[in-house]
Design a protein around this ligand. Sequence first.
Ligand code: SER
Length: 587
Amino acid sequence: MTSREIRNKFLKFFENKGHTIASSSSLIPDDPSVLLTTAGMQQFASYLSGQVKPPYKRACSVQKCFRTVDIDEVGDETHHTFFEMLGNWSFGDYFKKEAIDYALEFLISELKIPVDKLWFTVFKGENNIPKDESAIDLWVKKGVPREKIFEFGLKDNFWGPTGPTGPCGPCSEIHYERTEKPCSLGKKCGPNCDCGRFVEIWNLVFMEYNKNEKGEYEPLADKNIDTGIGFERLTAILQNKNSAYETDLFLPIMEEINKMVVVEREPLKRIIADHIRGACFLIADGVLPSNIEQGYILRRILRRIIGQGKILGLPKDFLIPLAQKVIELYGDIYPELQNKQTDILTAIQKEEEKFSQTLEKGLKEFKKIARKDISGKEAFNLFSTYGFPLELTKELAKEKGLKVDEKSFEEEFKKHQEMSRAGLEKKFGGHGLGETRVFEKEDEEKIKKLHTATHLLHQALRNVLGKEVRQTGSDINPERLRFDFSYPQKMTPEQIKKVEDAVNQKIKDDLVVKMEEMDKDKALKSGALSFFKEKYGEKVRVYSINDYSKEICAGPHVERTKELGRFKIKKEQSSSAGVRRIKAVLE
Ligand code: SER
């Protein structure tokens, strides 16, 4: 069965059961607290939480998804960054029984998967949320032997919410037994065993709760069903292959790589195929490589495979024919790929050009140090100065029979991360490549400048709007500063201009930025501003910009204001009651 047939069969099956076919939403979700679309339910989140009345009671879709949590697994047989998810939903309509009936009917009657290949998991109960006895009963009633139903806790069998709050509930998964060979780890194994004998194919979520801002699970008035099938995995099973890379979803891309490859390394070829596909889809949905948020994920995956291209001996620009292949393969199902063809190819080429110079310099640096094992500091320097992911350094070292001190790399990474005082980690979570980020040197310089600009802005606001202005928050990333302050009304365009002019004047005056360490009390007495939310020790650092601004701050800052360039306020808006928010840049 071709992948195309599987998609159609799925949608038709559920349409016949009264489901409305919804088209895939963008990889960039509407909810700003979530970076990427990681599941089919996201476009329905407001229906599932009960906030919005759904226009239909049942829906199904084939959804584009992108997950970074599994990025370190990519290259194996079952994990991807970008993938498609087949899903069906009930919004306060049918519940567990029908969800289970439909799932078995689709797999067994429609797709003809032998029933004895299927295994199941249910929620065992944890944290005052009870065990899912009814799901066990329902599976057993359908003829599933009790010993093929395994119980797991919150980590495995409770789903959601996708952001900090939202709909969630216990889930029951269907796993497929890929091989009858006994467990290679010597266990009496079942679903979720690390030996690879089983692969999860379908997750049925019984959405009964809404997690609120206090972290409590409130029962939902209307219970919902949210399910998701990993399409790549299902396709591999139905095409009788070990991985999706051997199916029609990837084969043409793999063949294109094989035409160019000099050094054979199966996992790296797979990572390239996976990431180029993901990159094309991200760009088609409007993402461009950058140093923040989705753009940063895109940049990391592109740079990762550009580096790997070197290891495999792929020619310069090898990503272009691969991207063309992706567009050709998926363009009629996802027309945005065709519409954005030029953007996709241009963005990839530009990133390749941008990175290859640094990469060349990094490779030279690597050659210099690769006479003995690579220390954590050296590996970290390659990472922060030349954008070499640890993995690339490891690959290069392996070629030369050298080791990399990963543990001390991690320590360097952590140290550095604590120094990068940006709040992005919250959104990224985890630690795989492309996730938790550490700012590279160039970015750190930008952050430092914006940090000094923040002090100038703070003082300018107090001069223009009055001394009641108090900082209530600040967030800086390499591209902009964000400053929250207490002030009861919208600033007028004249006030904004005055503040901008004042900051630019101070930049032009090329004032010296001075740091002094002193006792906290002395600092406060001297009139240094302090941001009340920060906790200070007894000894604090006070940064003064001539006699214009004086603040308690951990730094770092530039030495002279002229380094900042031109300051521009991009936005002045409300942040919450009585608090305004400014976003500004240095040009
Ligand atoms: N939301 C669930 C998942 O992502 C079911 O689709 O697994």
